[in-house]
Design a protein around this ligand. Structure first.
Ligand code: SF4
Length: 310
């Protein structure tokens, strides 16, 4: 059984969900995103006021758009999508927010997403988002005559990205597609492509390692109209491999309690003096920010992010 959150990458590569399962990703961005989600949920369930500004904005939007008692809101609901013929489980997961309109035959399925995922362009829009489709199919299984809207709420945004309207007819081919992807994950083979840039556990994938080696073997780098994605992904693979080796070296030094000799030098742990920080908000309030805190002007940066106009 495949997880709903793995469906989007699994449509390209059957190995990615297997690696996600084996090597779950956790970082400061996911931790903060989870904290925001938890505050949104607690607030929608109990009415408590969220402390986090992103969570507050999200809850305000919900209260305005879906006032009680007309709308019934359920949070963190476990949903299961089954094969309509055999009853076998295709996928199972937890839908962030489900909204039911008690006056009109309309349901809303909302997924709360982390700010970083949105900014990096890692999120498929609602009409392409198989995770949301799976939640919707599973949660509206008994009410297929209903219309369903899907909403993708990236934290820090003023309002969610809406989908088109889904009805019983539009769901049929989507269910077939999800079933096919689930069946393919039985034979997990890595299929490398531009989608690898959106694969969280890629550092553990042999295909991704091959990209790093291809990059190292290249003598000349020349961009043309067709090879930009390949070259950038090779660069990413090499950077990530180097970062991983450094991480492992730090771990070895910390666990062995001694350094690693590199010729006449030694790689070891040393203490650096800490940096002083300032409360920039207070400085700005007092009109002192420009004088004491700004260390430079805006500058151009080049990185992978959400395409323009999306
Ligand atoms: S890095 Fe690419 S080939 Fe490897 S598991 Fe991820 S998507 Fe598949």
């Amino acid at each position: 059984m495949i997880r709903p959150s793995s469906l989007s990458i699994a449509k390209f590569c059957a190995l990615a969900p297997v690696l996600s399962e084996r090597y779950p990703t956790r970082n400061a961005g996911t931790d903060r995103g989870n904290a925001v989600d938890a505050q949104v949920t607690a607030s929608l369930v109990s009415g408590a006021e969220p402390a986090d500004a992103d969570a507050r904005a999200c809850v305000e939007w919900f209260r305005e758009q879906f006032p009680a008692p007309r709308y019934r809101i359920a949070c963190q609901k476990r949903v299961t999508l089954r094969d309509p013929d055999t009853g076998a489980i295709i996928t199972e997961g937890t839908a962030d927010v489900l909204v039911h309109d008690t006056q009109d035959p309309v349901d809303y399925v909302v997924d709360l997403k982390k700010r970083e995922q949105y900014d990096a362009g890692r999120l498929a829009d609602p009409d392409e988002n198989l995770q949301l489709h799976a939640y919707a199919l599973a949660s509206t299984a008994e009410g297929r005559s209903y219309q369903t809207y899907l909403l993708l709420f990236g934290s820090g945004r003023a309002e969610p990205i809406p989908s088109k309207i889904y009805t019983a007819e539009t769901w049929a081919p989507i269910l077939t597609r999800i079933q096919e992807i689930n069946e393919r994950t039985g034979e997990p083979r890595g299929e490398s492509g531009e989608h690898c840039g959106q694969c969280y556990p890629r550092i553990h994938c042999p295909q991704w390692a091959l990209r790093a080696y291809r990059g190292l073997e290249r003598n000349d780098v020349a961009f043309n109209d067709n090879n930009g994605a390949d070259l950038l992904l090779e660069a990413k693979a090499m950077e990530e491999r180097a970062a991983r080796i450094r991480e492992l070296a730090k771990h070895k030094v910390d666990t062995d309690g001694k350094g690693i000799r590199v010729g006449s030098q030694e790689y070891r742990r040393i203490m650096m003096s800490g940096q002083m920080t300032v409360d920039t908000a207070a400085l700005e309030r007092d009109g002192l920010y420009e004088r004491y805190a700004r260390v430079g002007r805006g500058f151009a940066s080049y990185k992978l992010c959400r395409p323009r106009g999306k």
